[in-house]
Design a protein around this ligand. Structure first.
Ligand code: FES
Length: 139
């Protein structure tokens, strides 16, 4: 009797192991599929910067991408075109709450890109970014 019971236990355990293996195969497949998807997403999007690179109350200009990323308040990241809406120079600095163009001294608010001085009358267009962990990704 004891013998039979222990044999059943073994069989049940084997069945459970088979099920567990089946499940873990599925998990592995799901895992690789989502890993592929997320690496493709990172491949399409571009990591611009680390969040720590963008000072609170300031910003950082990415000349190659022609994008300026700002952090008006802690944890709130914005991105704008770095091409001045006056005559198309690339903005050159972020200071005292504004993004500044060196050509004719236009300035734009770091919070919404609105012109605050100089000849430009149109805001810097917003760019789409997402923050993924400590990475700022250009969409
Ligand atoms: S091009 Fe920027 S102020 Fe004129």
């Amino acid at each position: 009797m004891t013998h039979t019971a222990s044999r059943r236990t073994v069989l049940l355990a084997t069945g459970a192991t088979a099920l567990a293996v089946g499940c873990s195969d599925n998990d592995d497949n799901g895992g690789s599929a989502s890993a592929t998807t997320s690496s493709a997403a990172v491949g399409d999007a571009r990591v611009l910067a680390r969040t720590a690179d963008v000072p609170v109350g300031g910003g950082k200009i990415f000349k190659d991408e022609k994008v300026v990323v700002t952090q008006p308040t802690e944890g709130d990241f914005k991105a704008f075109s770095a091409v001045c809406t006056h005559q198309g120079c690339t903005v050159a600095s972020v200071a005292d709450g504004t993004i500044n163009c060196p050509c004719h001294r236009s300035s734009f608010k770091i919070s919404d890109g609105a012109p605050t001085g100089g000849p430009a009358t149109t805001p810097l267009p917003a760019e789409r970014i997402t923050v993924q962990g400590d990475s700022i990704v250009l969409a």
